[in-house]
Write a protein that binds this ligand. Structure first.
Ligand code: F6P
Length: 533
């Protein structure tokens, strides 16, 4: 399956991307894709026509089309957990029935969304809780997929906020709850406890702390739960009428489209939330209908696979030139790394390739003044994924947006072209530098260039566009997972640390180190205990 691509390694790594542009005036057209307002440019990579053909063949041979059909049809493609993978059903606003275990799941999805909308409307118009005090603030307590999705989306869609202000508590560190609650009044705060399993240590601990802050059980009327485990919510004290459920076929990191997105719905309103879903559904259609060579999620996945498997670049930087997408890199870290950071194939055999790059990033322009030094001149090449909107939401600050876009385009241009030593010398000479100093400084001012990047352009960051983007990345992860032959929908790798943490809680309370703990852990524990008052 990989032999054609493996055979391209030497060529790919000696090739100059600028030469590809010089040889083909139509390169941008051939190596970019426009669909439903989005433009994905991958011409600034070392992919040529033969590479693209081999990558598309790889996706075909791996069975992406068949697995895609199986996923949308509700087959149990999450084999290790025996579950369907149907986050797409949460944004299926007008599609055909989706059947799991003989039952169409869409009516229940729609009914839950209608309940959410009704409740959200009451909060937003002040008729809930009905004690004369209006809800001004919402606190979402959750972690991982029960935090990152709504947090990222609420921040992204700030210009659309016309509801209560949303806050997020995730970390078990008491500092998170303390600092978040400091500015809030329990009487006007709605608390959302968001946990698919309703067993997560951090979330339950934070939920109890916030309940205490709110005044104990008497305050439970201002608590809602979002979970697949209604019984656990009842045990906590939140009755079924204030629980918004979802099924086990929605993975935590894919769950922002449903009840886990409740804080987003409260902030922007049910209509704008629906527009977010419409964007996701539009991307689902594109993913299902477009041929692989014109399919944005497929191409995004294939470009990443090219950079990692053929060119050998093990990390990927996500660089949104949009301050409101500040949490997108963190969101994508979970989406990509929890999904595809695996070592075994679906059948348990070891993977033959390192799957899943390390994903990291920060918004531009801030990242430029922090880590771009390494991106431009460091010895390991970091493929960069630039993301930018044609327009901002601040017409009065058009000059800011123009500067933002200019910076984004400048970075990919610099990565592509670099600067030769001759060019560096010439520049220094015009500044009056000469002799030994010129020889020395010129070397420091060389940029190798030939560093791959892609750029994704959207018109403006609306709810619809955000829906498109999130679904785009979800499907990219799916395609990568199918090509590597792994299960993108389980996360066994998070279990061991959780188990050991449970065993260590009494030890940190001074009750003795757990049996079998390493000498390092025992010594650290002793040291920490000795420093306590
Ligand atoms: O520990 C990882 C994880 O299970 C994630 O997959 C999930 O998003 C997160 O914890 C939170 O889980 P829950 O929603 O069940 O509290």
């Amino acid at each position: 399956m990989w032999s054609d691509l493996d055979g391209m390694k030497a060529d790919a790594n000696s090739r100059k991307i600028v030469d590809l542009f010089a040889q083909d005036e139509t390169r941008f057209g051939a190596f970019s894709l426009a669909s439903d307002g989005l433009v994905f440019d991958y011409s600034k990579t070392s992919i040529d026509a033969a590479a693209k053909a081999a990558l598309v063949t790889l996706a075909q041979k791996a069975g992406v089309a068949e697995k895609r059909a199986a996923m949308f049809a509700g087959d149990k493609i999450n084999e290790t957990e025996g579950r369907a993978v149907l986050h797409t059903a949460l944004r299926n606003l007008d599609g055909a029935p989706v059947v799991v275990d003989g039952e169409d799941v869409l009516p229940e999805v729609k009914a839950t969304r209608a309940r959410m909308a009704e409740f959200a409307q009451k909060v937003r118009d002040g008729s809930y809780p009905g004690d004369g005090r209006r809800i001004t603030d919402v606190v979402n307590i959750g972690i991982g997929g029960s935090d990152l999705g709504p947090l990222m989306a609420v921040l992204a869609l700030a210009p659309y906020h016309d509801g209560p202000k949303c806050h997020f508590i995730s970390n078990v560190d008491g500092a998170d709850a303390t600092d978040t609650l400091a500015e809030l009044d329990p009487a006007t705060t709605l608390v959302i406890v968001a946990s698919k399993t309703f067993t997560t240590q951090e979330t339950l601990m934070n939920a109890r702390t916030v309940l205490n802050w709110a005044g104990g059980d008497a305050a439970l009327g201002r608590f809602v739960a979002i979970s697949s485990a209604v019984e656990n919510c009842a045990e906590f004290g939140i009755p079924a009428e204030r629980v918004f459920g979802f099924e086990d076929w929605v993975g935590g990191r894919y769950s922002v489209w449903g009840p886990i997105g409740f804080s987003l719905m409260l902030a922007i309103g049910p209509a704008a939330f629906e527009s977010f879903l419409e964007g996701g559904q539009a991307m689902d259609r594109h993913f299902q209908e477009a041929g692989f060579a014109e399919n944005m999620p497929v191409l995004l996945a294939l470009v990443g696979i090219w950079n990692q498997q053929v060119c050998g670049h093990g990390t990927r930087a996500v660089l949104p030139y949009e301050q409101r997408l500040a949490r997108l890199p963190a969101y994508l870290q979970q989406l990509e790394m929890e999904s595809n950071g695996k070592g075994v194939a679906m059948d348990g055999s070891p993977l033959t390739r390192v799957a899943g790059p390390v994903v990291w990033g920060e918004p531009g322009t801030n990242g430029q003044h922090a880590f771009y030094q390494l991106i431009h001149q460091g010895q390991q090449v970091v493929p960069c994924e630039f993301i930018v909107g044609a327009e901002g939401h601040e017409p009065a600050l058009g000059d800011h947006h123009r500067a933002l876009v200019a910076n984004c385009l400048a970075q990919s241009e610099a990565l592509l072209k670099g600067r030769t030593e001759d060019e560096a010398r010439a520049q220094l000479v015009t500044k009056g530098v000469s002799g030994d100093r010129l020889d020395q400084l010129a070397k420091h001012r060389v940029f190798s260039g030939n560093r791959p990047s892609t750029t994704l352009v959207y018109p403006r960051l609306t709810p619809y566009v955000l829906g498109q983007l999130v679904a785009l990345y979800e499907h990219r992860v799916f395609v990568e997972g199918v090509i590597y032959g792994l299960n993108s929908y389980d996360q066994w790798g998070v279990e061991l640390g959780k188990e050991l943490a449970n065993g260590l809680v009494p030890a940190v309370a001074g009750k003795g180190a757990p049996e079998g703990a390493s000498a390092s852990t025992v010594a650290l524990l002793d040291h920490i205990l000795s420093l306590r008052a």
